[in-house]
Design a protein around this ligand. Structure first.
Ligand code: CIR
Length: 260
């Protein structure tokens, strides 16, 4: 099978602004430092460019403190884009800011109209299917509406569960290639990756699970040496990017871009 699930030419990111101190978080571990976050963000964008991406860098949206986590606003596929309907009320308005950017790039842009909710962080597109995790942000109606859209594009959707207390499905997993995922043990234990090759995050390094494969690189958060070593030993070219400030807002590598 030809697998293009990790091959991209373009990425969309949004720079963080002053309002990140008001970003959503499950547990308060201190205010994120904007200067350090900007430095990490610049490294992330530079790494995507090195991987071959044309990067559209959008300006901060001060009214939307979590708007740098652009992944949650849309699903981008070769067939078209789908504008999401975030389950976090403070994030719903971000979608209207992403819509014109995607309409410029895609002929076919669909919209999750509701009443359900769905966020991009709950969607993992693999070489053979689109996995969607129900979570506190993504409900059954949101998943059903996406399934109807994907049916038009001949894309099978499989609904799975996000572990309790975990923000998004992809907080705990990432695609490494069309047949291989990086996953926490707690998520893999649910059996949702049966038939895939699974590389587990090392003990105590669950926060390394939210990585991205972008062409030849796997971008992962810095500070998880045992998991990085597992990936390198499996043959992946790993780039470690500082994520300390986004982590305070429950954000990781995938949240920071739309990849197309
Ligand atoms: C939120 O709670 O929505 C943000 N603070 C973090 C979003 C992370 N997004 C993602 O994992 N796709």
């Amino acid at each position: 099978m030809t697998d293009h699930s990790y091959e991209f030419t373009r990425a969309i990111t949004r720079r963080p602004g002053q309002s990140i101190t008001r970003g959503l978080r499950a547990v308060d571990t201190g205010a994120p430092d904007l200067d350090l976050m900007l430095a990490h963000h610049a490294d992330y964008v530079a790494t995507l460019r090195e991987a071959g991406a044309t990067v559209t860098e959008l300006p901060p949206l001060e009214d939307f403190p979590d708007a740098l986590f652009v992944e949650d606003t849309a699903l981008c596929l070769p067939e078209g884009a789908v504008l999401m309907r975030p389950g976090a009320p403070s994030r719903l308005g971000e979608v209207a800011h992403m819509a014109p950017v995607l309409r410029d790039l895609y002929a076919d842009v669909r919209v999750i109209e509701g009443p359900g909710f769905i966020e991009g962080g709950d969607i993992l597109t693999t070489g053979r299917e689109v996995l969607v995790g129900r979570s506190a942000r993504t409900d059954a109606a949101g998943v059903a509406e996406l399934a109807t859209i994907l049916k038009d594009w001949g894309r099978p959707l499989r609904e799975v569960a996000t572990p309790p207390g975990v923000l998004h499905f992809k907080t705990d997993c990432s695609l490494l290639d069309g047949e291989t995922v990086l996953s926490t043990e707690r998520l893999a234990a649910s059996g949702c990756f049966e038939g895939y090759r699974v590389i587990l995050t090392a003990d105590g390094e669950e926060a390394a699970a939210n990585a991205i494969r972008f062409n030849r690189f796997v971008l992962m958060a810095a500070g998880f040496p045992a998991t990085a070593e597992r990936l390198r030993r499996a043959g992946y070219e790993v780039r470690e990017i500082g994520n300390s400030e986004c982590a305070k807002l429950d954000g990781g590598m995938s949240c920071l871009s739309l990849r197309l």
